[in-house]
Write a protein that binds this ligand. Structure first.
Ligand code: FAD
Length: 220
């Protein structure tokens, strides 16, 4: 299993950087390692600042590695990451982490850029037996929506809290889960910011999902 040295950063070359929605970018760079979908990498631009952690957002047979990130306007790294163009250099660690995709049936529950590890798992062929639930604030934040809709069909639920449309649930992921009656005996993978992950975890437990069936990746 690739679980590499997360302290050693190696230089790599940016191959693409696109803004998918306001202040959310998908940056791609040359790939030096194998990885298991769900793993993270550390990214930095120089040795002066500590690197930050990002979920890999590309498939394990894609030629490059991609990462989906929010720009924190007052953040150290992300405003600089957003300005990179193909040919620029980046420092990247080996992949590591324990939030690992598998071929077992599961529910994948994401908020915002927390869709990244699930998109990586999907692109790596782990779609079978999965239900994907994605919560965002605005409709333009359903990253990879067309591809996911075509692949998952009725097993793809979009929850949008601040805008409405005919194919989205009006509200947050927790509102959506709260009105469900049946929770199958599968693994529940949660990914997003701390508050969302904790709220979803507590809700699932209150609905009878065993704690041992819940795996979480928290972006903090
Ligand atoms: C396992 C894991 C996976 C992650 N994956 C992703 C991912 O796929 N995509 C993604 O977008 N993010 C992800 N993150 C978050 C990411 O690592 C960074 O934290 C994020 O991108 C911000 O980095 P930054 O350097 O731009 O901001 P930072 O400089 O770290 O600042 C972040 C925020 O904290 C505030 N802040 C900083 N220092 C202080 C302080 N001392 N007191 C109060 N406030 C402060 C800043 O003002 C800013 O708003 C992940 C985190 C973890 C732990």
């Amino acid at each position: 299993m690739p679980s590499g040295n997360s302290s050693l950063l190696r230089e790599t070359v940016v191959t693409g950087n696109i803004e998918l929605s306001p202040d959310v970018y998908l940056i791609s760079f040359q790939r030096n390692y194998d990885f298991i979908p769900g793993q993270v990498i550390k990214i930095g631009l120089d040795n002066d600042q500590p690197p930050r952690i990002y979920s890999i957002c590309s498939g394990n047979t894609d030629p490059d590695i991609s990462v989906l990130f929010n720009v924190k306007k007052d953040g150290v790294l992300t405003p600089r990451l957003a300005s990179l163009i193909p040919g620029d250099k980046l420092l990247v660690s080996e992949p590591y982490g324990s939030f690992l995709g598998s071929n077992e049936p599961a529910w994948w529950i994401a908020a915002g850029t927390g869709i990244a590890p699930f998109y990586s798992m999907f692109r790596s062929g782990m779609k079978k037996g999965k239900s994907l639930i994605h919560g965002v604030s605005y409709l333009n934040q359903f990253y990879f929506e067309d591809e996911l809709e075509e692949a998952f069909e009725e097993n793809y639920t979009r929850c949008c809290s601040r805008e409405s449309s005919c194919n989205t649930f009006p509200g947050r992921v927790t509102d959506y889960l709260d009105q469900l009656k049946h929770f199958p005996d599968v693994k529940y993978f949660l990914c997003g910011k701390a508050l969302m992950v904790v709220e979803v975890r507590d809700l699932l437990i209150s609905k009878g999902v065993p704690f041992a069936n819940i795996e979480a990746e928290i972006y903090f």
